[in-house]
Design a protein around this ligand. Structure first.
Ligand code: GLY
Length: 558
């Protein structure tokens, strides 16, 4: 009790001191996103008198056009907001929902086996999109400009076209076999059925029309009327189970973020139905008793891995949509609970994941998605992670809408014991139910200590959380955003029981030491993640922004 009171006093004290320091206002703005045209769209709206929330509408919509393989109107996401003038914080949950006709066995055959592909490709893989409702809500409740004005850059990009860079072709290559089977998607994204050449001008007139309908009619421009009719006609014709009732019922939800502390840094992140914030804070709580700067490189990586293993184990065991299942959130976020988990960590040995208990299913999740970070001159902040799940979602565009649909249904557990696209496992907490939101790993995050504020996040499926964790540890050691975004990455998600790592993440000595501790190591075939980050130095009000060198994004301070 005494400890809890002391912690509360500390939080109130820091909040007061930070607020009194007037750090919230900067003289400039910063935007980091995965595509230069999206960053430019955000600045265009700021220059027109918009705030960070208007800019977030512009960037979200622009990304739907210029990075169509990663997010879009047919998908969803989480928008973490901080209002500069009063410190108010909220997260907009625009996560997709299972259709009302969905059921927990919908991807199983008569023998109870998972039918490969059904939850991944085509109309049955698509959940009810949340992005249109979320951007309308964001503009109306928090923006200063009209929704129509903030959507203009995206509408222009869709109508006039743009030349996609390499990332587009790379994602398309992964999903080509699926996209070529859907004539509408093939017509838009391929060139005569093939991966387009480098000078391909991608024009999306149907998407421009759909965006214009949203600009004019708000959410009704998507969930009702002509767009809704077209969506339902094609989804139903191709084996999907959406109805108008699903579209009418979609609501964006304002949720309280999850909070944690690590060495005087306040962490603000995504609550369920994302697992991001909980797993991040749980791992940081486990690590908070160590001084990672004073141990060998191998010990540091061993301890971080063991923290990841335990936090991802709890993800699989407990997490799902909190509107449907009861989640022991207080326990999972508690430093005392983390101390218990820490007590099973040995310095001389890796713990086999099998030794952690629980009836679990192994489940993969899609590796694509996108993230952007914004701060404006009034100290308003947005960290937003948006997704269609896999590259180009379900690979399916509803005729005449230009809207590429998600395959987020694959983020549910189709069957206990079955692995999803990302090799993730899950329990019945994340089983399919009508109207339920599927568990996400998206981790839009704010960090704040006495002298600095950070806004960050990344795509990358289940690896999102471990990437953000490594960035938080780097922030704690006072490195700049340019360092967080390019850190060599490694990841452990409880099952499979292996440390996945990028090519240069470990020295040969560290690899040997980790193997001797009992860890299995697996180098991934290509670099992963596309982190977009901003840092504000409170005293000098200096801003810096960084875009992951693995991607093609643009981070700017203006
Ligand atoms: N679809 C990726 C995620 O939500 O984590």
């Amino acid at each position: 009790m005494k400890q809890a009171v002391e912690k509360l006093i500390l939080i109130v004290f820091f909040t007061f001191v930070w607020a009194a320091a007037g750090f919230a206002e900067t003289s400039k703005s910063a935007i980091a996103s995965a595509h230069p045209l999206a960053t430019k769209a955000g600045f265009e709206i700021l220059a027109a008198g918009g705030n960070a929330f208007d800019a977030a509408v512009a960037v979200s919509a622009a990304l739907a056009v210029v990075e169509p393989g990663s997010s879009g109107l047919g998908g969803g996401g989480f928008w973490l907001l901080h209002r500069g003038k009063d410190g108010f914080e909220i997260i907009l949950d625009g996560r997709e929902k299972a259709p009302l006709a969905a059921n927990k066995n919908m991807y199983l055959d008569r023998n109870g086996e998972v039918i490969e592909d059904l939850s991944k490709n085509g109309a049955l893989a698509a959940a009810i999109p949340g992005m249109p409702a979320a951007i309308v809500h964001l503009a109306k409740k928090y923006g200063r400009l009209s929704l129509a004005q903030s959507l203009q850059p995206a509408i222009r990009y869709a109508r006039d076209g743009f030349v996609p860079a390499n990332h587009y072709r790379k994602l398309l290559t992964v999903r080509h076999p699926v996209i070529e089977k859907n004539p509408e998607a093939a017509k838009i994204f391929l060139e005569n059925g093939h991966i387009p050449a480098a000078n391909f001008l991608l024009k999306q007139p149907d998407l421009a029309n759909t965006l214009e309908k949203i600009a004019r009619f708000g959410a009704a421009g998507f969930y009702q009327g002509e767009t809704a009719q077209k969506l339902l006609a094609d989804v139903t014709a191709l084996g999907g189970i959406w109805t108008q009732k699903d579209l009418d019922a979609y609501q964006v939800i304002e949720r309280v973020p999850v909070y944690g502390w690590y060495y005087g840094i306040k962490i603000t992140s995504a609550p369920p139905p994302s697992s991001g914030g909980v797993v991040l804070i749980e791992a940081l709580n486990i690590l908070s008793a160590y001084d990672l700067t004073k141990v060998t490189d191998a010990t540091r990586k061993h301890l971080i891995t063991e923290a990841m293993r335990r936090a991802y184990h709890d993800r699989a065991l407990y997490l799902g949509d909190s509107d449907f299942v009861s989640i022991p959130l207080k326990q999972l976020l508690s430093p005392d609970y983390a101390a218990g988990l820490r007590s099973s960590i040995r310095a001389d040995k890796a713990l086999p994941s099998d030794f952690l208990s629980g009836e679990l299913v192994e489940k993969q999740t899609g590796t694509d998605t996108t993230h952007f970070s914004i701060i404006d001159a009034e100290g308003n902040r947005v960290a937003a992670t948006l997704s269609l799940n896999a590259e180009f979602g379900a690979g399916f565009v509803a005729k005449g809408t230009g809207v590429l649909l998600n395959n987020e249904m694959d983020d549910f557990v189709s069957k206990v014991g079955a692995m999803n696209r990302y090799g993730l496992v899950g329990s019945s907490a994340n089983a399919i139910a009508p109207g339920k939101r599927m568990l996400s790993s998206m981790t839009p995050t704010f960090l704040e200590d006495e002298t600095r504020v950070a806004i960050l996040g990344t795509p990358g499926g289940s690896r999102i959380i471990s990437m953000v964790l490594l960035a938080v540890l780097d922030f704690a050691e006072h490195h700049a955003p340019q360092s967080w975004v390019k850190l060599p990455r490694f990841h452990h998600q409880y099952l499979p029981d292996v440390i996945e790592h990028e090519e240069n993440s470990f020295s040969p000595e560290t690899m040997t030491a980790l193997s001797n501790l009992g860890h299995q190591l697996k180098q991934v075939s290509s670099p992963y993640g596309n982190m977009q980050a901003i840092e504000l130095q409170k005293k000098t009000r200096q801003l810096s922004a960084a875009s992951d060198p693995r991607g093609e994004g643009l981070a700017e301070v203006r």
